[in-house]
Design a protein around this ligand. Structure first.
Ligand code: G1P
Ligand code: ZN
Length: 544
């Protein structure tokens, strides 16, 4: 095999964000852009000679091109084997499982998650370490440093591999094995959940609709829900992965799944609705007449996890990202287990999961998962919900209401201002940060007294690392919170995320409309940060 060393020049913008390097396809298709980044990842790793690398993606436009490049660079750099999903497909949680299951050195997850795809859409590359989870900040920082000075990459002169053919092929001295993307993942799910109980639920007439959003979960949902669990054909909608997500926006929220939401709000609609995103790690859960916020879903899953065989011994602890509502904290308190508040992004859960300190993790951005993999997992959340519904024999609405009656309700919403001028957004955050020291003790309106105001710093209890400037938190004495941060996954301008939360104790009013319940906080956030005035926007781009 001839290894070629190709000269290149650095790009200045290859800084990994919340979840790998996400850029427009037009950016990724520049000469050597992919090559530089992948070589920089390998340059910042040690000890992978002869080891296995997993490669998989969400099937979006450019996936196949990037995979062929990645395989050749991996061969030239000395990996012994690449495991790749058939058709280049592996959902993000399935990739995490495959890395763990086959004890791979690490993996490349090619995805821009819920961002739109296509030639004008987004693409992304994320490196996951041997525990199956996203590389921690110390690795991603090292990769960024390397991208700034990279002057060559290694590749081999070899033909493309046939991504359609299950089995072994070779590229140079390296073996490439194309595997079925679903089999291992489905087997893992079978160890966690009571599939017989869920089968009986469907056999008893329970109706469900699952929107795969023309993204990666289609094959998984067809095989597991309609295949193994016997849900009627047609339960899975948009189940064929498309490189452009059929020109859709594969983000399972109330904006992009509006039709499903409206269907679930009618008497004639199904009992249960769910959806997953571009790469299969996010989930949307809607019961008949009841949307479950991701923060509530985390709390509910944690409180009921013991009903599924995989968690019957109980959970060790819960972790949530800082902007996620404190609903799960109340569950942890009641169960007497550890509770952790981490910065945004799944990579911060890895250490806690590895150390066995938490079992279930979640983010307000429709991400929930457990220690079965090291990524959030959309279908896992759907299956755990189905398992709970099968055991409790109640509707989603009843289960949610009982939860609030026990723990109280955390009203919660997120307002996103997308594609804001980056300089304006940066200044807004800076000016708000400057106000923080003076806020504690101040009263706003009749009920709101500031208890604390800071820019969140996380101290990882496992490895002792510190992550500063992770978002502004203004907490009030009644448990309400205003959180503001800039997105780390956007690809154009800045996205300002404003998170609002209000706690209503058990016995309080749990039937208010969410936006009205949070109106005083929404107004106060604008008063303090000047969002409307500075951005010129009269309303958020997306409300979830
Ligand atoms: C967003 C979400 C975050 C999630 C990430 C990757 O990041 O807010 O919770 O982990 O996508 O799916 P952000 O754009 O806010 O940095
Ligand atoms: Zn995703």
């Amino acid at each position: 095999m001839t290894i070629q060393t190709i000269k290149t020049t650095p790009y200045g913008d290859q800084k990994p964000g919340t979840s790998g390097l996400r850029k427009r396809v037009t950016v990724y298709s520049q000469p050597n852009y992919v090559e530089n980044y992948i070589q920089a990842i390998f340059d910042s790793l040690e000890g992978f000679e002869g080891q296995t690398l997993v490669i998989g993606g969400d099937g979006r436009f450019y996936n196949d091109v990037a995979i062929q490049k990645a395989i050749r660079i991996a061969a030239a750099n000395g990996f012994g084997k690449v495991l790749v999903g058939q058709g280049g497909i592996l959902s993000t949680p399935a990739a995490s499982h495959v890395i763990r299951h086959y004890k791979a050195f690490g993996g490349l997850v090619l995805s821009a998650s819920h961002n739109p795809g296509g030639p004008e859409g987004d693409f992304g590359i994320k490196y996951n370490i041997g525990n199956g989870g996203p590389a921690p900040e110390k690795n991603t920082d090292a990769v960024f440093e390397r991208t700034k000075v990279i002057d060559s990459y290694k590749t081999v002169d070899a033909a493309d591999i046939d991504l359609g053919a299950i089995g072994m092929q070779t590229v140079g001295d390296m073996v490439v094995e194309v595997i079925d993307p679903v089999t291992d993942y489905a087997a893992l799910m079978q160890t966690l959940f009571d599939f017989d109980a869920i089968k009986a639920l469907f056999a008893g007439g329970f109706s469900m609709t699952f929107d795969a959003m023309s993204a990666v979960t289609g094959p998984y949902a067809h095989a597991i829900l309609e295949g193994i669990l016997g849900a009627p054909k047609g339960t899975v909608k948009n189940g064929e992965p498309s490189p452009t997500f059929n020109d859709g926006h594969p983000d399972p929220n109330l904006v992009y799944c509006k039709d499903m939401y409206e269907l679930l709000m009618t008497e004639a609609g199904p009992d249960f609705g769910a959806a997953s995103d571009g790469d299969g790690d996010r989930n949307l859960i809607i019961g008949k007449g009841r949307f479950v916020t991701p923060s509530d879903s985390l709390a509910l899953l944690a409180a009921n996890a013991h009903l599924a065989p995989g968690y019957k011994k109980g959970i060790a602890g819960i972790a949530r990202s800082m902007p996620t509502s404190a609903a799960a904290d109340r569950v942890a308190e009641k169960l007497g287990i550890e509770m952790h508040e981490t910065p945004t992004g799944w990579k911060f859960f890895g250490n806690l999961l590895d150390a066995g300190r938490v079992t279930i993790c979640g983010e307000e951005s429709a991400g929930t998962g457990s220690d079965h993999v090291r990524e959030k997992d959309g279908l896992w959340a759907v299956l755990l919900w189905l398992n709970i519904l099968a055991v409790r024999k109640q509707s989603v609405d009843q289960i949610v209401r009982e939860h609030w009656a026990t723990y109280g309700r955390n009203y919660y919403t997120r307002h996103d201002y997308e594609e804001v001028d980056a300089a304006i957004a940066g200044k807004l955050v800076e000016d708000l940060r400057a106000q923080l020291p003076a806020l504690p003790g101040q009263n706003f309106g009749e009920d709101l007294q500031v208890a604390y105001a800071d820019d969140f710093t996380y101290h990882d209890p496992v490895d002792g690392s510190t992550s500063a400037k992770q978002g502004i938190r203004i907490g009030f004495t009644d448990g309400s919170r205003i959180v503001l941060r800039l997105s780390g996954t956007g690809t154009v301008g800045a996205t300002l995320r404003l998170y609002l939360e209000r706690y209503e104790a058990a016995g309080g009013s749990h039937d208010l409309e969410t936006q009205s319940a949070l109106q005083p906080l929404i107004e106060l956030a604008d008063q303090l940060a000047g969002i409307k005035q500075r951005t010129g926007r009269t309303e958020p781009s997306v409300i979830t």
